[in-house]
Design a protein around this ligand. Structure first.
Ligand code: ACM
Length: 516
C-alpha cells in the first residue's frame, strides 16, 4: 500500500509493508562502520539521545546506516532506501549524502517532540510504522541565498540557519558576503576591507529610505570562522558557495580602497552605504584593481571548495566607466565600445581566472549581456527568459526568479505585512513553481541545475525575521526541488506542513504560520 508520510519534501515512493512498527527506546543504537558516515551517525544519535556504535550488540534495536554501492547507479549518491520495522531501521544510501537524507526522513517519521526530548518523546513511546521508502532528488541544486551584507548574522546564527536547510534536504548555501552596505569576509592581504568596509554608521529604516536609525552596524567573518561554517555545512551535505560581487555593488570595497575605483569620474565618492539603492561605484580596469580582484579570489578559493564561485555581475552601473578619462582610454585601447562591453570584459576575465584554477563562474543574468563566457553558468533572477536563452546556448542555469523565489517579498498581503519589497509571493505560488520552464525544449532540460530561494536582508535585521520570511516558503521550494512532479499536491503538502511546523516549533524556528 502506498502512503503519504509526514515528510517534506515528499519522497519518491513510500510503501507500508504491513509489519509491526519500529519503537524508539533508550536501548536503540545507531550503527555506522563506514568512516564517511561518522558525522551523520553522531548527529542522529545526539538528536535521539541514544548511543552510536560501529556494530550493534545482539538483541538491541538498531538504526543501521550504510552506503550501498549497488544503489549508487540506480538512485545516485543522494538517493537512499529507508526501511523501518520491529527489527529496527535500515538506511542505505547511494552515497554518504543519501544516508544523510535518509536520516532526515527518519527524523520526520518520528514525533516532533524527538527534536527536544530524543527517545523520551511522548514518554518514551515513539514509534514509526513499518514502511519502505525509496527516494532521490529531482534537482541537484537545491539552494538558499542569505544576504549578510545588508544585515549581518554571526556564525552561531548561520549554523542555526544551516540546520534548518539540512532538515529540508537543501544542499547549496549561497552566502552573499559582499555588497555596497558591508564587506563581510576577512581577506588577509587587504585588511581595510574589514576594518573599514565591514562597518556603516547608520541604516535607513523606512520605506521612504530617508530615515536613518543612527545605529552603527557591521561585522565580518574571520577566515577561521569561514572554515568553521564550511565544515559545519559539509557535515550536513551542504555546499557553501560564496558570492563576491563585481564589478558593481562594490561601494564597501571601494570605501576601503578608493584608489581601485574610477577616481577621475566626476562625483566619485565611495562609502559603505546606509541606504538601499543601486550605487554608481564600479571597479576600474587598472592593474592595481585587477591584482586586487585576483588576490581576493585567491584567498576565497582557498577557503571554499565549492565548484561554483558566484561573482555577482548584477546591476553594475556603466556611468563611471564612461565618465572616467582613464577608463575610457582603457576601453578604447581594448576595443570595448561601451560600458556593457566593459562589464562583459570583467566577467570574461574572471571566468578565465576561475577556470584556470578548476572552478566555474556563476553570476546573475546580467552577465549574459555582451555574451556569456563558454563555461560560465547563469542564475536567472529578473526573468526566466534569460535562463531559457542561456540553456539553449548550452550554459548551465540556476533558477532564482523574482516571480517565485524572492522571499524578501511578503508572503501575506501588504495590509498584513506592509513595508516589504516587491509583490506578494504566497506559499501556494512558490509551491506552483516549476524550475523547468514550459517553453524550454526537452533537449535542454538537463541544463537547469535547480533553483534557490533568495533572502535579501534590507528589511531583515535579525535571524527571527529571516526565518519568518524563509519558512515555510523555503519548505515549499524544497519540495519543488526534491520531489517528482507527479508527487506534488498542494493540499497534501499543507497537511504534512502541520507536522513540519510543529517540528520547527520544537527547534525554535520563527516561521510564519500560513493563513491562505
Ligand atoms: C539581484 O536581486 N540584484 C540579483
Amino acid at each position: 500500500m502506498s502512503a503519504s508520510p509526514n515528510i517534506i519534501p515528499i519522497p519518491v515512493s513510500c510503501r507500508l509493508t504491513g509489519g509491526a512498527p519500529f519503537a524508539l527506546t533508550a536501548l536503540t543504537v545507531v550503527t555506522a562502520s563506514d568512516p564517511a558516515l561518522r558525522a551523520t551517525a553522531a548527529q542522529l544519535a545526539v538528536r535521539l539521545d541514544v548511543a552510536v556504535l560501529d556494530r550493534a550488540p545482539a538483541g538491541v534495536p538498531v538504526i543501521a546506516l550504510e552506503i550501498d554501492s549497488e544503489l549508487t547507479g540506480r538512485l545516485g549518491a543522494e538517493g537512499y532506501v529507508l526501511t523501518t520495522g520491529a527489527a529496527g531501521v535500515s538506511i542505505r544510501g547511494g552515497g554518504a549524502a543519501g544516508v544523510f537524507y535518509g536520516t532526515q526522513s527518519l527524523r520526520q517519521l518520528l514525533p516532533p517532540d524527538i527534536e527536544r526530548f530524543g527517545w523520551r518523546a511522548g514518554g518514551g513511546g515513539a514509534t514509526v510504522p513499518a514502511v519502505e521508502i525509496e527516494d532521490r532528488p529531482r534537482f541537484r541544486w537545491r539552494g538558499s541565498l542569505l544576504d549578510v551584507s545588508r544585515h549581518f548574522s554571526p556564525v552561531g546564527e548561520v549554523k542555526q540557519y544551516l540546520d534548518t536547510l539540512a532538515l529540508h534536504k537543501l544542499n547549496v548555501f549561497h552566502w552573499h558576503l559582499v555588497d555596497d552596505q558591508g564587506w563581510r569576509i576577512e581577506i588577509k592581504q587587504y585588511p581595510r576591507l574589514t576594518t573599514v568596509g565591514a562597518w556603516r554608521e547608520t541604516t535607513t529604516r523606512t520605506g521612504a529610505e530617508t530615515t536613518f536609525d543612527g545605529v552603527p552596524h557591521g561585522g565580518f567573518y574571520t577566515q577561521d570562522e569561514i572554515r568553521e561554517v564550511v565544515a559545519y555545512a559539509a557535515e550536513r551535505h551542504i555546499t557553501v558557495m560564496p558570492e563576491i560581487e563585481l564589478p558593481g555593488h562594490s561601494s564597501a570595497a571601494l570605501a576601503a580602497y578608493p584608489e581601485l575605483g574610477n577616481t577621475d569620474a566626476p562625483g566619485y565618492a565611495p562609502k559603505v552605504q546606509a541606504r538601499w539603492a543601486i550605487f554608481p561605484e564600479t571597479y576600474a580596469p587598472k592593474p592595481a584593481t585587477l591584482q586586487f580582484l585576483d588576490d581576493v579570489l585567491t584567498e576565497v578559493l582557498a577557503l571554499f571548495p565549492s565548484p561554483f564561485i558566484h561573482i555577482g555581475g548584477d546591476e553594475a552601473m556603466k556611468e563611471q566607466w564612461e565618465a572616467s578619462p582613464t577608463t575610457r582610454a582603457f576601453m578604447k585601447a581594448n576595443g570595448l565600445k561601451d560600458g556593457h562591453e566593459m562589464q562583459s570584459w570583467f566577467i570574461r576575465r574572471t571566468e578565465n581566472f576561475l577556470a584556470q584554477r578548476g572552478r566555474r563562474l556563476i553570476g546573475w543574468d546580467e552577465i549574459q549581456e555582451g555574451g556569456l563566457a563558454p563555461g560560465a553558468a547563469m542564475m536567472a533572477w529578473r526573468d526566466v527568459k534569460w535562463a531559457i536563452e542561456a540553456a539553449r546556448l548550452g550554459h548551465d542555469v540556476v533558477m532564482a526568479p523574482t516571480s517565485h523565489t524572492y522571499f524578501d517579498y511578503t508572503e501575506g498581503t501588504a495590509e498584513e505585512e506592509g513595508g516589504a519589497i516587491g509583490a506578494q509571493t504566497t506559499l501556494e505560488k512558490v509551491y506552483s513553481f516549476d524550475p523547468i520552464p514550459a517553453e524550454l525544449e526537452p533537449a535542454h532540460h538537463a541544463r537547469v541545475l535547480g533553483a534557490q530561494g533568495q533572502l535579501w536582508r534590507e528589511r531583515m535585521p535579525s535571524l527571527a525575521v529571516v526565518e519568518f520570511r524563509a519558512f515555510p516558503r523555503l519548505s515549499a521550494l524544497a519540495e519543488v526541488l526534491w520531489s517528482p512532479v507527479a508527487r506534488k499536491n498542494y493540499a497534501d503538502f499543507r497537511t504534512r506542513l502541520i507536522w513540519l511546523l510543529a517540528r520547527l516549533d520544537r527547534l525554535g524556528v520563527n516561521y510564519r504560520r500560513p493563513r491562505d
